[in-house]
Design a protein around this ligand. Sequence first.
Ligand code: IPM
Ligand code: MN
Length: 359
Amino acid sequence: MEKNIVVIEGDGIGPEVTRQSVKVLNTIAEQFGHTFHYTYCLMGADAIDKTGNPLPDETIEACLNSDAILFGAIGHPKYDNDPTAKVRPEQGLLKLRKSLQLFANIRPVTTYASLHHLSPLKTKNIEGVDFVIFRELTGGIYFGKKEVNEERTQASDDCVYTREEIERVSHLAFQYAQQRRKKLTLVDKANVLETSRLWRKVVQEIAAQYADVAVDFLFVDNAAMQIILNPKQFDVVLTENMFGDIISDEASVISGSLGLLPSASIGKGAALFEPIHGSYPQAAGKDIANPLGSILSAAMLLDHLGLAKEAALVREAAEWTLSNSFVTKDIDPVNFYFTSTIGELICDYVSNRVPGGIN
Ligand code: IPM
Ligand code: MN
């Protein structure tokens, strides 16, 4: 199989974790006889430094012409405490999501037995947790009209949803639930927000087409609590853009390290794959960041290209490192391995099926 992959390393630890994923993809290509062509593009603070623009046109163009996009991380502290900055790294990612119509963001939350002790939650509550957050990604308050008056004494962000925007992501979430444990939970704030009442109505209507999927509804404040109290109850969680942003960070602590979680953003054309962690500037360049969020995102990319066997092997390799204590500093601050070493171990596993050599 021959595929075009755009690689956007981005900011902070983005380059060093993404490089491990590219190594793994190259090993997969070698082992399974595929050819992956990579086009490197700029986005985020890195793109602002080099071009003045957080999302250069060439990046959008290359992404539109690709089969998949592998992305690292975005953000730089110099923008975070400057509320008046006109150009911000995050604008690049938001514009890319919109330009490519990546309306569904899929964030799986799973746990690993060897890491249970790292979770702030009790092992008995997290054993076997396996759910997926479907976050709407191109609508809502993120993309509504934004205003601030001249005196900067008043500001507003509009939250708008159309029926069509809700329908398209909901269908994907229902179809996903059909492939899993057939349960879908809509998270909203329908006791207060008109947009949430529209979500509930549309999801209730769509549910009739998926009679085999059990649907329930939770207000977001209650959902935030349930994710901590009893995360095993969830299968597919469907929600709007901002609620999804917040609860997916919350859910990420269940597994023990934010560094482990991958994500896929899909829509009409090319799809984008990125770890859910941020740019973690304090660790940048130190070779200590956890590359598994990125490598597991590369596994989701392989699945998206229809390469299920290859994806499964990458996941198996990642799990093998975790259960053999080949872990980065976020997981074991004393006996830890470097980012690049974990990448190499995973490549070894992929090329030999047996780490360290061919038997
Ligand atoms: C995420 C991030 C982004 C978001 C930021 C970087 C714009 O937090 O992907 O969850 O809020 O969507
Ligand atoms: Mn986020």
